[in-house]
Design a protein. Structure first.
Length: 234
């Protein structure tokens, strides 16, 4: 008997099932990450080797959680039901919230955080979405930095510029040339999909003012002679 199912007779929306599964996995990984942070806090590393292992475990769990969030957000974006709530926010609050969110990762990795942001600087943006972009870049920087990460927010030519930089080896050449296209050309750079860059570019572009829209930029060099991620919002 031929048990092959005809897709036309199957009313199951696979993309919806996949999105639901991703949401459940995200929640589970989030609980795992919270439990891991409690374990690390209760039993601090007793040696540098143990500290490195804790840092690796936390980084990998954070990375998986971030990518699941990105997948779910992109699904909602492509199906036109991703809400965007533009309101005025203090940049210092947004940056400090994401640093606090990654406190355990930063501590176990012995990373120095430097910040340059006027406490009175305010701008209109979706705090959850931009916060997610900053969080994703921070997690990535924690993996590739040597010892320091620098965050800043400034206004240049009536455009908000948020910078997250590290003192690592910098971004590969192909990523500097066209960041978001790496998703469509994933065979480059050790088979990485660069989903985070695609996510960040689309979130930035959702912030519009008249004929201008947000965008991202990757550079190597200043301010820490490593990689520097910039997001620009009109």
């Amino acid at each position: 008997m031929n048990m092959t199912m005809d897709p036309k007779q199957n009313n199951l929306d696979f993309s919806l099932v996949l999105a639901s599964s991703v949401h459940d996995m995200k929640n589970s990984v989030g609980m795992l990450l919270a439990s891991l942070e409690q374990v690390i806090e209760a039993t601090p590393p007793e040696s540098e080797e143990q500290g490195r292992r804790f840092s690796t475990l936390h980084y990998e769990a954070s990375r998986i959680n971030s990518e699941l969030v990105q997948l779910l957000t992109i699904y909602r974006m492509q199906n036109n039901f991703l809400p965007i709530n533009i309101d005025e926010h203090y940049l210092l609050d947004t940056l400090e919230d994401q640093v606090a969110r990654n406190h355990t990762l930063i501590e176990t990795g012995k990373i120095q955080i430097d910040m340059d942001c006027d406490p009175d600087l305010r701008w209109c943006y979706d705090n959850d979405l931009i916060g997610s972009v900053v969080h994703n870049v921070l997690v990535n920087c924690s993996r590739y930095t040597r010892t320091r990460i620098f965050l800043s927010a400034t206004v240049e030519n009536d455009v908000l510029k948020i910078t997250i930089a590290d003192d690592g080896h910098g971004y590969p050449k192909e990523m500097l040339e066209k960041p978001a296209s790496m998703v469509e050309n994933a065979e480059l750079s050790r088979n990485a999909t660069h989903l985070g860059l695609y996510f960040a570019e689309n979130i930035a572009a959702m912030h519009k003012q008249k004929n201008r829209k947000g965008y991202i930029e990757l550079k190597n060099g200043a301010p820490l002679n490593g990689g520097a991620f910039h997001i620009y919002l009109p």
